[in-house]
Design a protein around this ligand. Sequence first.
Ligand code: XBP
Ligand code: MG
Length: 229
Amino acid sequence: RLEAVIFDVDGTLADTERDGHRPAFNEAFQRHGVDLDWDVEHYGSLLRITGGHRRIAADLEDRGWDPDDADRVAADIHRTKTALFVERVTAGAFDPRPGLTEFVDGLVDAGIRIAVATTGRRDWAVPLVRHLIGDVVEVMITGDEVERLKPDPEAYLLALRGLGLDASAALALEDSGVGTAAATGAGLATIVVTNGYTATQDFSAAALVLPGYDEGRGDGTAPGDAGPL
Ligand code: XBP
Ligand code: MG
């Protein structure tokens, strides 16, 4: 029996990457005097690297920086980025993805428990999740609690441990290939709700791939509509 659903955050609960994290990174680069400005396309390719600190360091190294310098400067820039992103979250800059609120309400009404597993920082993840889905979250694992970020399954394994459940009693909700690898690596059946950045990624390990929470089967029919027999 299904007892819990474990949600990813970025891209799954809200469209936070392109117009949320990306401009916060760019403003942080400016404040630190680093001549870098991630456009929409380049940022999309960098999303394969989870964790803002690692993402910045990897890009600086690609531009010829010494790895130790890149890591040190990336840590400083990422602290600023985190503070800037917290400001955006507390200003209410992000809305739930269409249909998410009704989807979560339905789960809660059915007695399904809710958890979260993200590789983002706790400073912004906690207020963002509260803003997007309220107080229904029983267990919340963030990038602050894990040693290995997604695609490693650690975040999902910790969420299952927090819930006290075996993977067979839970489902993961993800938006990306990297996140799906983490969730399925923890043994979780995974539903993917794609977005602009992730629609063309490899979801062969997923149980189901949908274009949105409110778009039925993606073929124009409503959920539950069996169509012509
Ligand atoms: C999203 C991430 C994060 C965010 C930026 O993962 O990989 O790194 O892009 O947040 P998920 P930080 O979809 O699993 O939440 O800067 O706090 O890392
Ligand atoms: Mg995601």
